[in-house]
Every structure is written in C-alpha cells, then in structure tokens.
Design a binder for this molecule. Structure first.
Ligand code: C5P
Length: 233
C-alpha cells in the first residue's frame, strides 16, 4: 500500500476502447489501478474490463450501484466474476443494500473492495435541502459514511476535505479514495474543490483518482510519473 503507484488510480473517462488503450499503453504500470466508469462501460461493456484484467491491471469499476439489495448483490457478483478489484455503490441505498453488496463480494472474491459514494460533490447544502435532506452536506457525508463502514464496506469515495473529517470521526481502518486531485499548477477543469496529490494523502486518502491531468496531458506517462514523484516526496 505504501508504494506511490499502488495509490494512483487513473480514470479512463474516454468514449472508446481505442482511446482507453492509448492511455493504458502510455501510463502502463505507473498506475496501480484503472477506473472504468459509466461512459466507457456503457460504450464498450465487459470486454474492456476483461482486457485490462488480463493485461494484469487492477480495475476499479465505478458504476455507483443503487438499487434494491438483491439487484445490487447480483451486480456485485457479476463485477467480481469479471475480475474487478474495486467497485462503487451509493451509501444512500441504506444498510440492507450495503450489507448485501458486501456479502456478495465476500462470497465471490474476498479481495474485492466495496467503496461507498456518499453525497455527490455536485450537490451543495441548498440542493440537498430541496430533496429533503436537512442540515449540512458534510453531516450527511459523515452519516452515510458511518452507515457504509458499519455495513462492512471497505472504503469511501471522498474529497480531500471530507477525508480529514472522516478520519477524525471514523478512524483509519478503511480506504478513502479521493477524486478532484490536481497537481500543483494544473487546470482544475469543472472540479470545484481540488487538492494536490500530497494534500489528499496528508488528509487521509489511501488512493487518489486522477483523470484529465493524466488522460488529457500531451505526455500521459510523464504526467503520471510526475504525480508519483509528488506522492513519494
Ligand atoms: O478528470 P478528473 O481528474 O476531474 O476526473 C475525476 C474522476 O473522478 C472522474 O471519473 C469523476 O467522475 C470521478 N469523481 C469525481 N468526484 C466525485 C466522484 C467521482 O470527480 N465526487
């Protein structure tokens, strides 16, 4: 876990297998894990996951499952059978759903990490209020994260700011995967709250998810190595 490359997850937010392959060929084993999300999975399906797994890459399947417990458990079994290493579920699915996901993972692949998404970073206090969630977004994050950890989830997807609070409230015995990471001086794009790789780790993240700073770089391999350098420092 200490090796910088083990902490780096590259988000393959691209529309085709060809575009994904180009990034993976460049970055290769500088990243411990590649994230396949809705866009790529919807376009290319399980074969892209199988290809990454058979090339000895770890895959984080970020489809944010949110459904009744039986349906989520079945999807987790299918993902585990594909050989994915990490996947996401929505913590707001509740304890029963989360426990069903964890149990299905344990049965199919005990090494599978089930990560819970709490409040989407696109939601703020006002928007949460409008869908009936009173109070602060951060309190909702902490509530949902506690539910996820108590239900057996192996980790939480959280911003660097949330990571600090999660470590304070819930301890150190779970993974925190942090997106919205930008190397010092990089373009922040549409991310509102960003942290550098070193800041994210200092805040308590075990892993960082980096998309465009690597996938959009002229030289993705160089960009990935620079981030590894920042993590090592
Ligand atoms: O390109 P960029 O580094 O912003 O990509 C970040 C990745 O992390 C994207 O795949 C995005 O969907 C994901 N993500 C995020 N914020 C969250 C959860 C996931 O940016 N709260």
């Amino acid at each position: 876990m200490q090796e910088p490359r083990e902490r780096l997850i590259v988000a393959l937010d691209v529309p085709t297998t060809a575009a994904a392959n180009k990034i993976v060929a460049a970055v290769d084993h500088s990243a411990g894990t590649y994230k396949v999300g809705m866009q790529l999975f919807t376009a290319e399906g399980p074969p892209i996951v199988r290809a990454l797994v058979s090339a000895q890459h770890r895959v984080f399947l970020d489809l944010k499952y949110h459904d009744i417990p039986n349906t989520v458990a079945s999807a987790v079994r299918s993902a585990a059978a594909l050989g994915v290493h990490m996947l996401t579920v929505h913590a707001s699915g509740g304890g029963k759903m989360l426990r069903a996901a964890v149990e299905a993972g344990r049965e199919t692949n005990p090494a599978l990490k089930i990560l819970a998404v709490t409040v989407l970073t696109s939601m703020n206090d006002d928007e949460l209020n409008r869908i009936g969630v009173r109070g602060l977004a951060l309190d909702q994050v902490l509530r949902l994260a506690a539910t996820a950890i108590n239900s057996g989830c192996q980790g939480i997807v959280a911003s660097a700011h949330e990571a600090t609070e999660l470590r304070r409230e819930l301890g150190h015995d779970f993974l925190i995967v942090t997106p919205g990471v930008r190397p010092a001086g990089a373009d922040i794009g549409d991310q509102a709250r960003v942290a550098t790789p070193a800041e994210a780790i200092a805040a308590g993240a075990t892993h960082i998810v980096v998309g465009r700073p690597i996938t959009g770089a002229e030289d993705p391999a160089f960009a990935a190595r620079a981030i590894l350098g920042e993590l090592a420092a």
